[in-house]
Design a protein around this ligand. Structure first.
Ligand SMILES: NC(=O)c1ccc[n+]([C@@H]2O[C@H](COP(=O)([O-])OP(=O)(O)OC[C@H]3O[C@@H](n4cnc5c(N)ncnc54)[C@H](OP(=O)(O)O)[C@@H]3O)[C@@H](O)[C@H]2O)c1
Length: 240
């Protein structure tokens, strides 16, 4: 069994891949999960080439069975879970009068419901790690739009505000078990998700995925006495 192990969802690109790489550097064996198999296989290989032990599970995080499969597969391969990163997410813009029900449901399922289900499925493993070193960690990727709702991204904003609320509740419920949770709330980060906005916000003006990964590394290294419930990442001039 490895000394430390982590699950990272949405790890096939962007923030999730950068956080997975950082966790590998910090000595974690990794289960990486995301939707499209080809993209995930390539990302997993990139992590293996960097010298990390990696298991990959492709699937839709809107699907409860996929989530069960990710956690069960991780337990079978690595036998422990110290860090859970709930990062897979999807945003669909629409005006208030135009929301398609299936897109509302997709955003709720991937961005919020999956996080609730991942905690439920992973709790026995997280409690064991928390009992051992009092520093099990759950990282939940919210957004700056979870702190201040954005027009035309209203459903996405609501799901991300839900992530902040759920993270707060989990700290109150699980800190006693040695499990800490943090919500990440970034503005525009340079990833495939923000390609649609490059005309207005150039890539060089965006937050870098390495900035997010370094913040998670900092949280990871804090003592069991220190809970950091959320981190807001703003670009210069992008006030809440
Ligand atoms: N980029 C930003 O400006 C920004 C700002 C605030 C918050 N965020 C949040 O950061 C997280 C990561 O996004 P990113 O910016 O790094 O974008 P990204 O590079 O597009 O990564 C999104 C990841 O989530 C996976 N994913 C999406 N839908 C999924 C589903 N239904 N089932 C399983 N996996 C799914 C993607 O896999 P596939 O590619 O195979 O779908 C990919 O691995 C998201 O939660 C996003 O809401 C991003």
């Amino acid at each position: 069994m490895p000394d430390r192990a982590a699950i990272v969802t949405g790890a096939s690109s962007g923030i999730g891949l950068a956080v997975a790489r950082m966790l590998g550097e910090e000595g974690h064996a990794l289960t990486v999960a995301a939707r499209r198999p080809d993209k995930l296989v390539a990302a997993a290989q990139e992590l293996r080439d960097a010298g990390f032990e990696v298991e990959e599970v492709a699937g839709n995080m809107a699907d409860e069975e996929t989530i069960k499969r990710v956690v069960a597969g991780h337990e079978e391969r690595f036998g422990r879970l110290d860090v859970l990163v709930n990062n897979a997410g999807v945003g669909v813009g629409a005006a208030a009068g135009d929301h398609e029900t299936k897109r509302i449901d997709l955003q709720l399922a991937v961005n919020l419901r999956a996080i609730v289900l991942f905690y439920r499925e992973a709790l026995p493993l997280l409690r064991t790690a928390g009992g051992e070193h009092r520093n099990a960690l759950v990282v939940n990727t919210s957004s700056i739009s979870g702190k201040s709702g954005q027009p035309w991204l209203s459903v996405y904003s609501a799901t991300k505000a839900g992530v902040v609320g759920y993270t707060q509740a989990m700290n109150k419920e699980l800190n006693g078990d040695g499990i800490k949770s943090v919500a990440l709330c970034p503005g525009f980060v340079e990833t495939p998700m923000t390609e649609f906005v490059r005309e207005h916000v150039p890539a060089e003006d965006m937050i870098r995925v390495e900035d997010i990964a370094e913040a998670v590394r900092f949280v990871l290294r804090t003592s069991p006495n220190c809970v950091i419930p959320e981190i807001v990442f703003q670009r210069p001039g992008e006030a809440l």
